[in-house]
Design a protein around this ligand. Structure first.
Ligand SMILES: *[C@@H]1O[C@H](CO)[C@@H](O)[C@H](O)[C@H]1NC(C)=O
Ligand SMILES: *[C@@H]1O[C@H](CO)[C@@H](O)[C@H](O)[C@H]1NC(C)=O
Ligand SMILES: *[C@@H]1O[C@H](CO)[C@@H](O)[C@H](O)[C@H]1NC(C)=O
Ligand SMILES: *[C@@H]1O[C@H](CO)[C@@H](O)[C@H](O)[C@H]1NC(C)=O
Ligand SMILES: *[C@@H]1O[C@H](CO)[C@@H](O)[C@H](O)[C@H]1NC(C)=O
Ligand SMILES: *[C@@H]1O[C@H](CO)[C@@H](O)[C@H](O)[C@H]1NC(C)=O
Ligand SMILES: *[C@@H]1O[C@H](CO)[C@@H](O)[C@H](O)[C@H]1NC(C)=O
Length: 917
């Protein structure tokens, strides 16, 4: 305002008089223009009718002397709406720049009626419709017009040819069709033509050679046809020529050799033919030459070696032949060449060993040629190279270990060659690697163990090679992985668990007969403690496990595990089939059904899951006798408890095993947890504990395989029948001590038995007690009191009182309670709870009462007929009662109990191990 006042004072009334009304016209015109727009971000807030000085408004520039609005810059303001007639009032407007908004509607003729307009930029809007013919009728001042990135259709108006001052026009990225108006070749001021990405068609009209000033010509991505303009060479200032992705045909016009200023020529994606002329080497300004996807043939002229500024050379997808041009690998290219794409041609020969001189090379593609020989070790000198593609050649030899020095590598593609040898471990030095495709070669050896260190890996294809060995588990940590194909190799062992491998498609791992894991529906041998997967099916097994353990061929015949009583129907291979992942055939399905229906409380047909199983033996050499006793034959049932039914079968070496079929499937943990728990239990080895020899898992069937203890359980010895075996005092004492030792060891291993009772104490032929069924509660998903007590309710009388008391934590002391009850049971020969005619006698109460009455000796089993040392019996009874204390903390630890028992035992005694049958 001050300035205006100053102007007013200095220039006097004449100037003011002439300015005043038109000044208002600018305001009016702009306000009118604004009214047609939506301005969601209120960018035009300063545009106010009340403000008579538009020169301060956002986006406006005025002439400093006349204060008339000359420039309007409203780029990228998210304006939408139409460009209305308002701007017509601004008679001195030179620049209208409204790019990158959301303007819609058609382009009216109005804008061009602003005779003063020099620059019009409407690019990056949503304008549609065609450009009206009148649009360029008054374009005498127009120097630059950009309508790029709109949705304009129709033809380029012929009137464009009347814009004799036009230096550049940019109609790129529209839907403009029709031909180029030939008149534009008379616009001598034209420096830049960009019609890239339209639907223009037809021949290029004659006369482009008139445009001596042309620097930028982009006709790419249209539908032009015919020959390249023969006079293009006259545009000797051309720096940028793009004829790509059209239908140009014929050969290269000779005049192109005059384009010595040209830095970039793209002829990609046409139907150009012929040899590449030697004069290309004269275009020494070239930085980028793209002749790809044409029909050029013959040798690449040596003269290209003169193009010392060349940064990008793409000759891909032509029919070039001849040896790999070694000049490309000469020092002159050393500092600059960044992109070299010679793919899909007929180049043959060896890759020049001077590869290493291309120290700036970022992208290198020589795939689909006829290269042979080996990959030069100088590949390691390509320090800047991010992409190497040598696929689909005939390269042999091994991948050089020097590849590890190519530290920028992101993409390495070597598929479909004849590469042999190992994947070099040094490849893990290429820490940026995202894509590694080595498929369809003859690579052998194993996947480098450090491979999972390549933490950026996204796409890995190692399929169709001869890779062996197992997969590093840590592959599961590759968090970026989207594709990992190792199919059709000779890999073995367990598929990694977790991460991408949880969802890896089967097709990516198939064709590796010895790979195991749920994806391939093939169970894995356990790795702990000494796992052997029994492969029952064939003596000349081809499976990997037999390869790895040639000693352990057929070990298990299913007829050993399953033979069916009534139906004299011996089926071979339920477990074999499940292990070998052969889909269930009718016979094996029958077997599965029979196997399961043989089990007492199984009803319903086997699910598909039962097809797949995993059998693991913790100790080796467990051959099952073919055709031996039925596992699930009722006659072989040994008994059943809260956790399952127990059967007996015999190994080939004559050793019997007890097989417990768990009947709490629905309560069992996941396979992983199940196996973890079972393996923990399998580790436990103690003279007084029944050893767990192995297990079998399917989602619907779980078997635990135990050492078989022949002489039956303690219950039988104590309570079964009048002719039940007679147990001497020494034998009883020894059983008590054995139980104590077994439990002490369990507790030392941090395992709570939870389920002590006389049926779970087995007695071997030498009278040694062996505690069985320990730790099974660990297999339950939760150590829920409710579940526990329902599972072990048969153990009534043994259950520690704290099970009923929600607030007391259950510890190993619950076993001490059960042990105390067992001690009393062994000594008295009475069940923990005896049901009399109209009375229930609880053993502990009874003994405690007798002790109080001083007649505890009367409690000792009558069958001992007073043939026992009272000085041992009474302390043992007392110990039993202490162990069966109501309060857990009053009970001694099992270690302590063992010590006490050893003290009680009279030193004069023998070892008490009479023959026991
Ligand atoms: C243009 O409008 C569309 C919706 O019509 C909107 O999604 C987009 O963000 C707008 N663009 C700009 C630059 O404001
Ligand atoms: C572009 O214009 C055509 C008609 O010429 C119309 O069908 C199409 O939807 C428009 N596209 C956009 C993105 O506005
Ligand atoms: C033409 O406009 C497009 C889109 O705005 C732009 O990418 C291109 O560089 C312009 N062409 C020239 C020669 O400036
Ligand atoms: C080379 O040209 C081919 C075909 O036009 C194209 O697919 C490829 O991406 C180009 N290479 C580079 C590095 O741009
Ligand atoms: C190399 O070129 C081939 C053929 O032109 C193409 O299929 C492949 O994708 C290219 N490789 C890379 C890594 O771009
Ligand atoms: C690779 O192939 C060439 C012939 O193409 C042969 O002379 C050479 O011995 C082969 N090298 C290896 C390592 O197989
Ligand atoms: C790989 O990296 C290690 C340590 O960074 C280096 O000692 C070794 O030389 C590298 N290997 C290659 C082939 O560059």
């Amino acid at each position: 305002m001050l300035l205006k006042v100053f102007v007013f004072l200095v220039l006097g009334s004449v100037a003011v008089k002439s300015q005043q009304p038109t000044f208002n016209d600018d305001v009016l015109g702009l306000i009118f223009f604004k009214a047609g727009l939506q301005d969601p971000n209120a960018k035009l807030q300063s545009w106010s009718e009340d403000d008579n000085d538009p020169c301060n408004w956002v986006g406006i520039k005025c002439d400093p002397t006349t204060y008339r609005v000359t420039e309007l810059h409203l780029d990228g303001l998210s304006l939408s709406g139409h460009v209305g007639r308002g701007l017509l009032r601004l008679q001195f407007l030179k620049v209208v720049s409204l790019s990158n908004n959301n303007l819609t509607g058609t382009i009216g003729a109005e804008l061009s009626s602003i005779g003063s307009l020099q620059v019009l930029d409407l690019s990056g809007n949503d304008l549609s419709g065609s450009i009206p013919e009148e649009f360029f009728w008054q374009c005498g001042s127009l120097k630059s017009v950009s309508l790029a990135r709109n949705n304009l259709s129709g033809q380029i108006p012929g009137s464009l040819s009347s814009c004799w001052g036009l230096a550049e026009f940019n109609f790129s990225y529209n839907q403009i069709s029709g031909q180029l108006p030939s008149g534009i070749w008379y616009l001598r001021s034209l420096q830049s033509i960009d019609v890239y990405g339209n639907l223009l068609e037809g021949d290029i009209p004659e006369g482009i050679g008139n445009l001596y000033d042309l620097r930028h010509l982009n006709l790419g991505n249209n539908r032009f046809s015919g020959r390249l303009p023969g006079d293009i060479g006259s545009c000797s200032l051309l720096k940028y020529v793009d004829f790509s992705e059209n239908y140009f045909s014929g050969s290269l016009p000779d005049s192109m050799r005059k384009l010595v200023s040209c830095t970039r020529i793209s002829l990609r994606g046409n139907s150009l033919r012929g040899q590449v002329p030697g004069w290309f080497g004269e275009l020494t300004s070239l930085e980028s030459l793209d002749l790809s996807a044409n029909q050029f043939y013959g040798r690449v002229p040596y003269s290209l070696g003169n193009l010392q500024s060349l940064k990008e050379l793409n000759l891909s997808m032509n029919q070039f032949t001849g040896k790999v041009p070694s000049w490309m690998f000469s020092v002159s290219f050393d500092q600059v060449l960044r992109v070299l794409d010679l793919s899909s041609n007929g180049f043959y020969g060896e890759i020049p060993s001077k590869l290493g001189v291309l120290s700036s090379l970022v992208f290198f593609n020589m795939s689909r040629n006829r290269l042979f020989g080996s990959i030069p070790s100088t590949i390691g000198e390509l320090k800047a190279t991010q992409v190497v593609d040598l696929s689909d050649n005939m390269l042999n030899g091994s991948i050089p270990s020097e590849i590890g020095a190519a530290v920028s590598l992101k993409v390495l593609v070597l598929q479909r060659n004849f590469l042999s040898g190992k994947i070099p471990t040094q490849i893990v030095n290429c820490s940026s690697l995202t894509t590694l495709i080595l498929s369809e070669n003859n690579l052998s050896g194993s996947i480098p163990t450090a491979f999972p260190n390549l933490s950026n890996l996204e796409y890995v294809d190692l399929s169709l090679n001869d890779l062996t060995g197992s997969l590093p588990k840590e592959l599961a940590n590759l968090s970026q992985l989207v594709f990992f194909n190792i199919s059709h190799n000779h890999l073995h062992g367990e598929l990694p668990l977790g991460g991408f491998f949880n969802t890896i498609p089967t097709s990516s791992v198939s064709g590796n007969p010895s790979l195991c894991g749920s994806v391939v529906n093939r169970s894995c041998p356990a790795v702990h403690p000494k796992p052997i997967v029994l492969n029952p099916n064939s003596s000349d097994s081809i499976g990997g496990s037999s390869r790895d353990h040639p000693r352990k061929k057929i070990v298990l015949s299913i007829s050993a595990l399953v033979s069916i009583g009534a139906a004299a129907f011996i089926v071979i291979g339920v477990i074999a089939i499940t292990i070998l992942n052969i889909h269930v055939r009718s016979t094996s399905r029958a077997a599965a059904a029979l196997m399961l229906s043989g089990a007492e409380d199984f009803s319903g047909s086997p699910t598909n899951d039962s097809k797949y199983g995993k059998l693991v033996m913790f100790s080796g050499d467990a051959d099952f006798v073919a055709g031996a006793n039925a596992l699930l034959n009722k006659d072989c049932e040994l008994g059943h408890g809260g956790f399952g039914v127990v059967y007996r079968t015999i190994l080939r070496d004559g050793r019997a095993v007890a097989i417990k079929k768990l009947t709490v499937s629905s309560l069992i943990k996941s396979q992983l947890e199940f196996e973890r728990e079972v393996r923990t239990l399998g580790k436990i080895r103690h003279h007084n504990l029944v050893a767990l020899e192995g297990y079998y898992w399917t989602p619907s069937l779980q078997l635990l395989i135990y050492e078989f203890v022949p002489s039956g359980n303690l219950y039988k010895h104590l309570h079964d029948g009048p002719d039940g075996s007679y147990l001497s005092w020494q034998q009883r004492f020894n059983i008590i001590l054995g139980m104590a030792k077994g439990l002490a060891y369990l507790h030392q291993m941090n395992i709570i038995h939870y389920n002590l009772k006389s049926t779970n104490i087995l007695v071997d032929s030498s009278g040694e007690a062996k505690v069985g069924d320990y730790g099974l509660a660990r297999l339950l998903p939760t150590l829920d009191r409710c579940v526990l007590s329902s599972k072990i309710q048969s153990a009534l009388g043994y259950m520690a009182p704290e099970f009923a008391c929600k607030t007391v934590k259950i510890t190993e002391k619950c076993d001490v309670y059960g042990f105390g009850v067992l001690v009393l049971e062994v000594i008295t020969g009475k069940r923990p709870v005896e049901y009399m005619e109209d009375d229930v006698v609880v053993l502990t109460d009874m003994v405690r009462g007798a002790l109080g009455d001083g007649r505890v000796e009367e409690c000792v089993d009558e069958s001992l007929r007073n043939n026992f040392p009272a000085e041992e019996a009474i302390p043992v009874i007392k110990l039993g009662l202490i162990c069966a204390s109501q309060v857990p903390s009053n009970r001694p630890g099992m270690e302590e109990v063992v010590n006490i028992l050893e003290l009680i035992k009279c030193p004069s005694d023998g070892n008490g191990k009479e023959r026991f049958e």
